[in-house]
Design a protein around this ligand. Structure first.
Ligand code: TXA
Ligand code: MG
Length: 336
């Protein structure tokens, strides 16, 4: 079955809803990356998501909602959740809550007693969920281990003939996945960095928010983990090496004609590389986050590329999330 490309109109939204009702998979746009949707209350449909992605079965899925879904039916709400929801939803924030009465199958939760919820800032996707009247699971719509898809074409590349349809709403804006925060204990803990930082959340909550992805030690008894973060991730098959703009001279020494460079425009201007061997990350951390996965995917498919050198960003705002994904893609390898 060829995967159908759907676009931004009422008839196509209805087609997407009908596929989901029938237990089929539909990829959907969000402001971060494209997701792979299935009715979260239909276990057979959810199982197909793991097959299509080649995802390990112990890795829980995010449950994607719109304002018409009653989260209290599925999970135990708390004050931190209510405050963050008011401040940031719809938006690039995933919140983990204790589950109520086994409301989701083991396939969704990976056997955990908690559930991750997200309300993305994309009107097409919110309309689909509201018309379906059910939450949908929403892992990133890439083959497991590959960089997440930021365009419908990326999804098609990984998922053609494996899913019913892709709802195309153009390229995503943020480019890296949502911030995941665990709210199931008293102290909120960030399990995956995203555009919204620990400070952004702490400013709203008025309490400390720990970042388990930096090296701060956690209160004893709290061992939070996003199971998905332990796997090799975001990784093209090509060798990826990180470099700092202070090391441009060294990069110019080691670059061969089989290598390519991904960097900010200002940095690229100082590197001895032709335009077809370079990928612009634009002018700042925001454009860099937006363009990172596209560049990695693009060069991964070009046969004669040897090494992809990618510039590290300052650790501010979405830069921390960018560096986190890049370090995984590069298996932590820096330019020597
Ligand atoms: O921006 C995003 O969050 C995208 C878009 C499509 O919404 N989705 C996404 O989903 O990145 P996924 O499945 O690729 O990443 C979800 C992460 C995984 O690392 C998973 O292990 C973790 O969230 N996770 C899900 N449920 C969890 C839970 N109950 N406890 C801890 N971690 C959880
Ligand atoms: Mg993913």
């Amino acid at each position: 079955m060829q995967t159908q490309m759907l676009s931004n109109n009422q008839a196509d939204i209805k087609t997407a809803v009908d596929f989901l009702k029938a237990g089929e998979l539909v990829a959907f746009p969000t402001e971060t990356v494209y997701g792979l949707g299935a009715d979260a209350t239909n276990e057979e449909a959810v199982k197909k998501v793991f097959l299509a992605k080649g995802r390990p079965s112990d890795n829980p899925l995010i449950v994607t909602v719109s304002k018409d879904i009653e989260i209290a039916d599925y999970a135990k709400l708390n004050d931190n959740f209510i405050k963050l929801k008011e401040a940031f939803w719809p938006g690039p924030l995933t919140m983990i809550l204790p589950m109520k009465d086994d409301s989701f199958s083991k396939s969704v939760t990976g056997g955990l007693q908690t559930v991750a919820f997200r309300m993305p800032a994309n009107q097409l996707t919110l309309d689909v969920i509201s018309q379906l009247k059910k939450p949908i699971v929403g892992p990133s719509a890439n083959s497991s281990g590959k960089p997440s898809p930021t365009t419908a074409d990326h999804v098609f590349h990984d998922m053609n003939q494996k899913i019913a349809a892709i709802l195309n709403d153009g390229p995503t804006e943020v480019g890296v996945e949502s911030t995941v925060v665990d709210l199931s204990n008293e102290t909120p803990v960030i399990l995956r960095p995203g555009k919204l930082t620990a400070k952004d959340l702490a400013d709203v909550l008025g309490v400390d928010v720990l970042d388990a992805t930096s090296n701060i030690s956690l209160p004893s008894g709290q061992i939070p983990k996003a199971p998905g973060m332990k796997y090799r991730h975001y990784a093209p098959d090509k060798q990826v090496i990180m470099f700092d703009r202070l090391d441009i001279d060294r990069l110019n020494e080691v670059l061969t004609t089989d290598d390519v460079v991904m960097a900010l425009d200002e940095t690229l201007a100082k590197i001895k590389v032709t335009s077809d061997h370079s990928w612009s990350l634009g002018k700042d951390v925001n454009s860099a986050a937006e363009a990172l996965f596209s560049g990695l995917r693009y060069y991964d498919d070009i046969f004669d590329v040897n090494t992809i050198y990618v510039e590290v960003m300052p650790n501010e705002s979405v830069g921390a999330a960018y560096n986190n994904r890049l370090a995984k893609a590069a298996s932590n390898q820096y330019l020597q």
